[in-house]
Design a protein around this ligand. Structure first.
Ligand SMILES: C[S@@+](CC[C@H](N)C(=O)[O-])C[C@H]1O[C@@H](n2cnc3c(N)ncnc32)[C@H](O)[C@@H]1O
Length: 200
C-alpha cells in the first residue's frame, strides 16, 4: 500500500461530499457492469467492500435482500447512509470495514467491489481475496483499475503516487488460488475491467 489506511481514509473524507459529481464514462460503465453481473435476487445478502458513497450497494439494494457496505472513510459512509435514507431503503447498512478485515461475519451470497481494491498492493490484494473467499460467497464481482496489457502510468485511471493496480493475471491467480473460477472478464478500457469469480 502506498499510503496508510488512515491517509486513504482522510483523502476520501475530504472529497466525500463532491465524490458523486463527476465520473468518467469508464467508471460509469464499470458500475453498470458490476450491477449487471451481480445478478442479485431478493434472497441475497451482498457485501460491498470499499463501498464509498454507495454506487454499488445502493444500486443493488432494490433487488437484493440485504446490502452491507464497508469502507474506511467515515465521510464516504455518511454520504452512503444519507442516500439510503433519502431513498427510504431499510435493507442497506453501512459501516467501517477494510478489505482485509471487513468487520462482517454473517452469511453472504455475493461480494462486490468497485474502483477500490487498486489502493492495495498486490500482496494485500491476495490477502484481501483470501479473506473474502473465507466468507464463502457464491460469486465475487470486482470492477477496478487493472492492467489488461503492459502497466503504463500514462493514463488517467490511477495516480501512481497513491494507487497500485494489479494485472488481470495477478487477480485471476488470486481468485483461482482461493477456489474461485473466473467466469467472466470484461475489459472496459485497457486499464479498467470487471472480473466475475464463481465459487467452485
Ligand atoms: C474510488 S472510491 C470507490 C467507491 C465506490 N466503490 C464506487 O464505486 O464509487 C474508493 C473507496 O475505497 C475505500 N478504501 C480504500 N482503501 C480501503 C480499504 N483498505 N478497505 C476498505 N475501503 C477502502 C476509500 O475510502 C473509498 O471510499
Amino acid at each position: 500500500m502506498k499510503k496508510t489506511l488512515d491517509e486513504h481514509a482522510a483523502r476520501f473524507d475530504e472529497v466525500a461530499a463532491e465524490y458523486d459529481d463527476e465520473m468518467s464514462p469508464e467508471y460509469n460503465e464499470c458500475v453498470a457492469l458490476v450491477l449487471e453481473r451481480a445478478d442479485v435476487s431478493s434472497e441475497d445478502t451482498v457485501l460491498d467492500l470499499g463501498c464509498g458513497t454507495g454506487a454499488i450497494a445502493l444500486g443493488l439494494a432494490d433487488d437484493a435482500g440485504r446490502v452491507v457496505g464497508r469502507d474506511i472513510s467515515e465521510g464516504m459512509l455518511e454520504e452512503a447512509r444519507r442516500k439510503a435514507d433519502d431513498r427510504g431503503l431499510e435493507n442497506a447498512e453501512f459501516g467501517e470495514g477494510r478489505f482485509r478485515d471487513p468487520n462482517y461475519d454473517g452469511e453472504v451470497d455475493l461480494v462486490t467491489s468497485n474502483f477500490a481494491m487498486h489502493h492495495l498492493s498486490d500482496d494485500e490484494k491476495r490477502d484481501a481475496i483470501a479473506v473474502i473467499a473465507a466468507l464463502e460467497p457464491a460469486r465475487i464481482v470486482l470492477g477496478d483499475v487493472m492492467f489488461f496489457g503492459e502497466p503504463t502510468p500514462d493514463e488517467p485511471f490511477y495516480s501512481p503516487e497513491v494507487d497500485d493496480p494489479a494485472t488481470v493475471g495477478v487477480l485471476a491467480d488470486a481468485f483461482t488460488d482461493e477456489g474461485y473460477a473466473l467466469t467472466d472478464v470484461e475489459m472496459v478500457h485497457e486499464q479498467v475491467g470487471v472480473l466475475v469469480a464463481d465459487r467452485q
